[in-house]
Design a protein around this ligand. Structure first.
Ligand SMILES: [Zn+2]
Length: 469
């Protein structure tokens, strides 16, 4: 089993570099002085290129083939190594120059987007657009290596097997269902304000809620940021970055990020002594989002969970706000129902942009017109419109649909669970879903877990129940 040990060490080395790359990101966002940005970008590029070299090395391929032929290899390991070999052969179809070029523009994107969003100046926006155009051109070249349509290539990268054809059907059914619900809503009521969570109390509140949700402070740490997220730096090191928000939003954002962290924690355990293999990798970001959205929309909006929190007036506000419609020009400030319309707009624009039907110069107006038509709200500044999200800055076209698919998965899983309490729901998720989620595509996993393909009907009926009184 010498080859097995060698492969284990090789995979560990790749994992170290990936974790270091995440650590660089976390540090840049939470701690680093702004003046170091260019040097940090160089460090990112260096580490990313090293990872790419290791993933393409002939030595790695030989090791995989050797281990795959070992007689003593168990069935699970065999499957895992085969996945890695398939990944290797897939990556080999794309020239390394394309990976390098993508990294070069990816690392610059975040800083350029932040500057453009902050200043709204023509000069900063043009610089951001120039970088973005490079990323779009690279995506098209990458897609050509696999003989795929550019947007299908982007969708598949985040949710294997997703195509525009499948999503067109899914979003059409969903949009019709959402519009019908909107017609039937007669009263949503006003959103009741909750106090803002101050920076000083941020960690105390976060820790208290995390414990209720079964997240252990021995592997969880918090930090402060502008745009909340969760990131994994090691098997027992999951970080959550939060910002100052009204308590109502804070609770839901935190529940969302804890959902991600708990799923990543399960995957770390699953990885065992072969880190970085299929068992411990993210197969689909739609599945990943479904876990965070389950916590955000089902666990912490559950009556029993609300009853375990704070004063009676606070509980009353939480219950009330959960079913208030609040259409907004900003995706992150919208309610659970109109949120899906924000995603559908992004999906439609990404699809046109990657197909070359519109150019980057058109996006501002196309975006604004769709918002006016859908919500009656017109973004006055570009930062309120197409610049509001960070996703495109590093070329993550095709990620947005994962959110709505994640909402649909969460609703379908909730329906399957039947009448059980929120603690049992969390246990159900780990046992019946998370332990298998890294081995199957979204559709296959949904069939195994719920007995039917992913579809929009459970999300539609969940939203109808929540918003129509
Ligand atoms: Zn998320």
């Amino acid at each position: 089993m010498k080859a097995y040990e060698e492969l284990k060490n090789y995979l560990k080395e790749i994992k170290y570099l990936e974790d270091i790359s995440c650590l660089l990101y976390w540090d840049q966002d939470v701690n680093m002085p702004e003046g170091n940005t260019d040097y940090r970008n160089e460090q990112f590029e260096y580490v990313s290129n090293k990872i790419d070299e290791m993933n393409r090395s002939p030595k790695y391929k030989k090791l995989l083939e050797k281990v795959l032929n070992l007689k003593k290899l168990g069935v699970g390991d065999k499957l895992n190594i085969q996945y890695l070999l398939d990944d290797f052969n897939d990556l080999a179809k794309m020239p390394p120059e394309l990976s390098k070029a993508e990294t070069k523009y990816m690392v610059k994107g975040l800083d350029l987007w932040q500057k453009a969003k902050e200043s709204n100046s023509k000069e900063d926006i043009e610089k951001y657009k120039e970088n973005l155009q490079h990323l779009i051109d690279i995506k098209r070249k990458q897609a050509a290596c696999y003989d795929m349509k550019p947007y299908d290539y982007c969708l598949d990268a985040f949710d294997e097997g997703a195509t525009t054809e499948k999503l067109d059907t899914f979003f059409t059914e969903l949009k019709e269902g959402l519009m019908n619900i909107l017609k039937d809503i007669n009263t949503g009521g006003e959103l009741k304000p909750t106090r803002k969570v101050k920076e000083a109390d941020l960690e105390i509140n976060a820790k208290m809620i995390a414990e209720k949700l079964g997240a252990d402070s021995s592997w969880l740490k918090f930090g402060k940021t502008v745009h909340p997220y969760q990131i994994t730096l090691g098997p027992s090191d999951k970080r959550i970055a939060m910002n100052e928000e009204p308590m109502y939003d804070f609770l839901h954002t935190l529940a969302h990020e804890i959902g991600h962290a708990r799923y990543e924690h399960t995957m770390s355990i699953m990885g065992g002594d072969l880190p970085g293999t299929a068992k411990s990798s993210i197969y689909s970001f739609a599945l990943h989002e479904s876990q965070s959205l389950f916590f955000e929309n089902h666990i912490v909006k559950n009556d029993a969970f609300i009853n375990s929190l704070g004063s009676d007036s606070f509980k009353e506000i939480l219950r009330h706000n959960n079913s208030v419609l609040r259409p907004s020009i900003t995706r992150l400030e919208s309610d659970e129902l109109t949120y899906q319309l924000h995603i559908i707009i992004r999906y439609e624009i990404e699809k046109m942009l990657l197909a070359g039907e519109i150019s980057l110069d058109d996006v501002r107006n196309v975006w604004a017109n769709k918002y006016e038509k859908t919500f009656g709200l017109y973004p006055e500044k570009e930062s309120e419109g197409w610049l509001q999200d960070c996703h495109w800055s590093d070329g993550s076209f095709g990620y947005f649909p994962c959110y709505t698919i994640g909402h649909a998965i969460a609703a379908q899983l909730r329906a399957k669970m039947g009448d059980i309490g929120y603690e049992d729901q969390i246990r159900w998720l780990v046992t019946n879903f998370q332990l298998h989620a890294s081995m199957y595509t979204t559709d296959k996993l949904m069939k195994i877990t719920t007995g039917e393909s992913l579809n929009a009907k459970y999300l539609i009926s969940h939203l109808r129940k929540r918003f129509v009184k």
